[in-house]
Design a protein around this ligand. Structure first.
Ligand code: SF4
Length: 581
């Protein structure tokens, strides 16, 4: 940040509104919403073609929440508002600063929100952040006062005259809500859902296509919110205590890369007997540098790995046999989400099937497929711009450049929009060959039980025991339902049949009795879900309104003022309740 960093004249007294972009999301509209780009990470790009078996779930805008938690000014956060709700907010309440977070395909929405703010809150300063800020020429694409690239917490603290070096207060957020699978609502309770944990942002490995790495400085750079294992451990203890959780979804691009911190955390977890489970993102070579015992000790239960492609030249994959690595991890109960790229420079109509088959052969619990997409701000985007390969806005709308539709550039071998089908082929091949991700997840959980149920360390036994609890009841029922669904598909049926037999023999009579009872219920729900989806049903997140303590205090003071108000006086300020709406 430069010495000329702007500062708001009201400092910590400024009233702040932070908002994510408006919905609805899973429909085609003039602002850039797209049916194939819903606000659901898994259904959008992981379990996209798994129908009723797809994992449906929303994730809060944790970046905005982190900023809210770390500013002292009164701050209201609107998450997933509808356009009308956002408009009503700025019509009815006064703000000095309005911050909007979005990604590049949201350009139409952010533009619209800026226009509305100029009409209804002409005195407010508009701040735009999130990945959209990394777009080339963004300053000229919309009417904002400040474009914030990178760490928004430090920027806002400085803008509001706060100490930007002060310790980071971690927000308390569950990692998902509205979870649903087989048509059955799932999770939602803290003991079944991980809390979000944000140790660092950015990744110094700087792969050419990686938007998150570029956003936080690219190769060699990252932002540490918690430098030491002790700092992180203390934050985790606090979250555990107040949210009653025992697992963490670690929103850090490459958590295990910070080896010293991870090993210090492991030591503290051992000393204090913590049976936490961690879901992490990790590059393959970094993951491989840990022993299986270290991963088990850290409670690594789920990992998102970039597999990219068989012949990709990324350093993070050098010397790693990804199939072997995935096999070892999943044999030890670690659920793997593999991520593969469709449409790399060397992919052609002649080799694409082999490329996809190779990806599918990893048999990961989940598999993300994304088109090779130059996102504005990345080295790949700069390179393609120099080479004159990028499509203009007239040729290809920015709202469609989300990686699940078509290329936003001219590919050397794949033309005429063929990539759209290749991408669908990838999801379909994975689903057909490996079956529902839920069944794979249950298989891997059972592997974890078999591997660690007699581990000498009590806290590891304890962690695996609480993780596999649903295998005895609901998950066994789910396998029963899925097996019934797959009558006629011998390969997947056999897989499910032997999985169910193993669950029965492992967990005994109670599971044998419960599985068909739960299974019949799940089967009916699954059938209904399939019908609903076939009829075009989509899911939308509800709107959240959160106020920080300063905003709540301000609202209380204003309510008091209203009570004492004389006829004819004008009342301003926030008067709504924080709620899930
Ligand atoms: S290793 Fe993963 S997170 Fe890091 S730069 Fe590469 S793609 Fe991004």
């Amino acid at each position: 940040m430069k010495a000329t960093h702007p500062r708001h004249p009201l400092g910590q007294k400024a009233r702040v509104l932070l908002s994510s972009v408006f919905g609805p999301f899973a429909q085609n509209d003039e602002y850039g919403s797209r049916t194939i780009n819903p606000m659901e990470l898994y259904h959008n790009q992981v379990t996209r073609t798994q129908g009723g078996f797809s994992l449906r779930m929303f994730i809060r805008s944790f970046g905005l929440k982190l900023i809210q938690e770390n500013i002292k000014a009164p701050c209201t956060l609107l998450d997933f508002p509808q356009l009308e709700r956002f408009t009503a907010e700025i019509q009815n309440h006064t703000y000095d600063i309005i911050g909007i977070g979005g990604i590049a395909p949201n350009l139409g929405k952010v533009k619209k929100m800026c226009e509305l703010i100029r009409i209804h809150q002409p005195g407010a300063t508009i701040v735009v952040g999130g990945h959209i800020a990394n777009m080339v020429d963004i300053e000229h694409c919309l009417d904002a006062d400040h474009i914030v690239k990178g760490d928004g917490v430090a920027w806002f603290r400085r803008y509001l005259n706060q100490d930007e070096q002060a310790p980071i207060r971690h927000p308390k957020l569950l990692s998902g809500f509205g979870t649903r699978i087989l048509g059955v609502p799932a999770g939602g309770k803290p003991k079944n859902t991980a809390a979000i944990l944000i140790p660092s942002v950015g990744c110094p490995l700087g792969c050419n296509f990686c938007a998150t790495s570029s956003f936080f400085g690219g190769k060699g750079n990252f932002v540490n919110f918690y430098k030491t294992g002790k700092e992180l451990f203390d934050v985790m203890c606090d979250i555990e205590k107040s949210m009653k959780v025992n697992s963490f979804f670690v929103m850090d691009e490459n958590f295990l890369l910070h080896r010293k911190r991870a090993l210090a955390l492991l030591e503290l977890m051992q000393t204090h007997g913590k049976s936490w489970a961690l879901s992490v993102f990790s590059s393959a070579s970094i993951l491989k540098s840990y022993t299986m015992e270290q991963l088990a000790g850290l409670g690594v239960a789920w990992v998102w790995i970039g597999l990219e492609g068989e012949e990709s030249q990324y350093g993070k994959l050098k010397g790693v046999n990804t199939k072997k690595l995935v096999g070892e991890l999943q044999d030890a109960g670690i659920r793997v989400l593999g991520s593969s790229i469709v449409g790399m420079e060397n992919h052609t109509p002649d080799n694409i099937n082999r490329v996809l088959d190779y990806a599918v052969s990893h048999d990961t619990v989940f598999h993300q497929f994304m088109l090779y997409t130059p996102v504005s701000g990345t080295p790949l985007h700069r390179q393609m711009q120099l080479e004159g390969k990028l499509l203009s806005e007239k040729e290809f709308s920015i709202a469609d450049s989300h990686g699940q539709y078509r290329f936003n550039y001219r590919h050397p071998h794949i033309v005429n929009g063929e990539e759209e089908q290749y991408l669908l082929d990838a999801f379909n091949k994975d689903f057909k060959a490996n079956g529902p991700s839920l069944a794979r997840l249950i298989r891997v959980l059972l592997n974890g039980w078999n591997t660690y149920k007699n581990h000498p360390e009590k806290r590891i036994r304890k962690r695996v025991a609480w993780e596999i609890k649903p295998l005895k009841t609901t998950y066994a029922g789910a396998v029963w339902a899925m097996r019934k669904w797959y009558i006629g598909d011998d390969k997947i049926y056999q897989k499910l049949d032997s999985l169910l037999a193993e669950l029965y023999s492992t967990f005994g009579i109670k599971t044998r009795i419960l599985a068909p009872l739960i299974g019949r219920y799940a089967f009916v729900k699954l059938k209904k879900e399939e019908q609903r989806l076939a009829a075009g049903w989509t899911y939308e997140p509800p709107t959240y309104v959160d106020e920080n303590s300063a905003a709540l205090a301000l609202r209380k003071a204003e309510q008091k003022k209203v009570k004492n108000q004389l006829p004819g006086e004008v009342q301003t300020g926030t008067l709504f309740k924080p709620a899930l709406r």
